[in-house]
Design a protein around this ligand. Structure first.
Ligand code: SF4
Ligand code: SF4
Length: 111
């Protein structure tokens, strides 16, 4: 399904050589172009892990969802607040559904 990057929101993570989305992509699919904006090399190689979607501090990356999951043309964006991530499902008609997922650290205190 791949991701789309909003060039109006992406600022290339400032002057960092490697932006945050580039650093987390397990497929090394993202790069910065000459305008200092993130681009994806090959959408067919993206396996929709959503790591870059969660990592972008400007919510510039959205992930297309399969029609049977979110409806035709729907996308998913995320905003990380540290203790929770707010996922926004945006449908083709412009309506938005929000899902709040708590970030929980799981550990075994007996170890
Ligand atoms: S993390 Fe977001 S703002 Fe930074 S380069 Fe990637 S898309 Fe642009
Ligand atoms: S969704 Fe995952 S595989 Fe696809 S571009 Fe983002 S980080 Fe890379």
């Amino acid at each position: 399904m791949a991701v789309k990057i909003d060039k109006n929101l992406c600022n290339g993570c400032g002057s960092c050589k490697e932006s945050r989305c580039m650093a987390v992509c397990p497929g090394n699919l993202l790069y910065k172009n000459e305008d200092n904006q993130a681009k994806i090399r090959d959408k067919r190689e993206c396996w929709d892990c959503a790591a870059c979607v969660k990592e972008c501090p400007r919510q510039a990356i959205a992930m297309y969802l399969p029609a049977e999951v979110g409806g035709r043309g729907s996308t998913l964006q995320a905003q990380d607040f540290g203790d929770k991530i707010v996922w926004k499902l945006k449908k083709l008609d412009g309506s938005i559904e929000e899902f709040n997922i708590q970030n929980k650290l799981l550990f075994n205190s007996n170890l």
